[in-house]
Design a protein around this ligand. Structure first.
Ligand code: ATP
Ligand code: LTN
Length: 329
């Protein structure tokens, strides 16, 4: 049987090249050989403050982008998390099966809570809701970037513990973290991951950036001392990051790019990289514009939620029965 694939992205900012190369590009590949669910995780987005109007726009933008990068709603189920109530329901049930100590060790929580005086309970229990997203669909594989490894681990721990306590209920999922593109770094600091919430917009390429913005950001991207374009993630982390972007966006090997730029300077290399990224993003951007104007996006999401619900309800009924809750299954 085809594996079940599930993943989600938060509608919290402009989608970056990191999100694309670490996650979205793999969603598109995986849809052909799997039964796949790609979710816009708006309930996760509200673990930090969001402006209601902006959130709504970002949800629809992200849905149009899912379609523009090549997800096909005929074969993949595309939906918004809050449209399928079972996510919040299972999120609660799993919160009662996860320990404070486990959640306190989550690095994403520690990073996002650092320096803030008002942190929501939702930000702390975020991994239980993410586990619910994944486990609701009896998921086998979860394509994500490397930063999500710890969340996948805790999802597996929660599922194993639940099955041991209440009987076989959940499939144990695995992360699908590919070697290339799993951790794209910031253009201004190769020790930090490229992030849509970094206050410096020059640190990232956004999928909506114009060709001029892309050229400018790459030309200003930090490089390392020395001259040649060589792949050495330890000694030349910035150039290694740019090479990784170049190779993953063009589906070429790093070696062939290194050969192409042999004996040439960083300037030429960054120009070539910029043009490759522009050429790749251009058709995505034009599809995005027409999808966003078409009004089809909401219908596609509602159809997706309808399909997702069918599968989610089955799991929720089984979970409630196994825990001994309610009267309706
Ligand atoms: P933020 O930086 O605001 O916390 P984010 O950019 O990490 O957000 P998410 O919605 O949390 O965005 O992530 C969506 C997907 O993109 C996840 O699978 C995540 O692992 C992946 N991803 C995010 N940043 C990168 C990156 N720099 N390199 C590779 N994959 C990434
Ligand atoms: N935590 C993820 C987003 C996310 C997710 C999921 C990813 C929420 N639910 C389920 C994969 C599967 C993030 O911060 N990138």
């Amino acid at each position: 049987m085809a594996p079940i694939v599930f993943s989600g992205i938060q509608p919290t900012g402009q989608i970056t090249l990191g999100n694309y190369l670490g996650a979205l590009k793999h969603f598109v590949k995986a849809q052909h050989d799997a039964q796949s669910y790609y979710c816009i995780v708006d309930l996760h987005a509200i673990t930090v403050p969001q402006d209601p109007k902006e959130l709504k726009t970002r949800i629809l933008d992200l849905a149009a982008l899912y379609l523009a990068v090549g997800l096909d709603p005929q074969i993949a189920t595309l939906f918004v998390q809050s449209d399928v109530k079972e996510h919040a329901e299972l999120g609660w049930l799993l919160q009662c099966n996860v320990h404070m100590g486990e959640l306190s060790r989550m690095t994403q929580y520690k990073e996002k809570a650092e320096g803030k005086d008002a942190v929501t309970v939702g930000l702390f229990t975020y991994p239980a809701l993410m586990a619910a997203d994944i486990l609701l669909y009896q998921t086998n594989l979860v394509p994500v970037g490397e930063d999500q490894k710890q969340h996948i681990e805790i999802t597996r721990d929660i599922a194993l513990r639940f099955n041991a306590r209440f009987g076989d209920t959940f499939t144990i999922p695995e992360g699908m973290i590919t070697k290339e593109g799993a951790r794209i770094m910031s253009l201004d600091d190769p020790t930090k991951k490229m992030s849509k919430s970094n206050p410096n917009p020059a640190s990232r390429i956004e999928l909506s950036d114009t060709p001029d913005e892309i050229r400018k950001k790459f030309s200003r991207a930090v490089t390392d001392s020395g001259r040649g374009v060589t792949f050495d993630p330890e000694k030349k982390a910035a150039v290694a990051n740019l090479l990784t972007i170049y190779a993953t966006i063009t589906d070429r090997s790093i070696e062939s790019i290194v050969n192409e730029y042999e004996g040439r300077g960083y300037g030429d290399f960054k120009k070539g990289l910029g043009e490759a990224v522009i050429a790749h993003l251009e058709p995505i951007q034009s599809r995005f514009q027409s999808l966003r104007q078409s009004g089809d996006v909401v219908d596609i999401l509602q159809e997706g939620a309808h399909r997702a619900r069918e599968s989610a309800q089955k799991t929720i009924d089984l979970v409630k029965r196994n825990i001994g809750l309610g009267t309706y299954y």
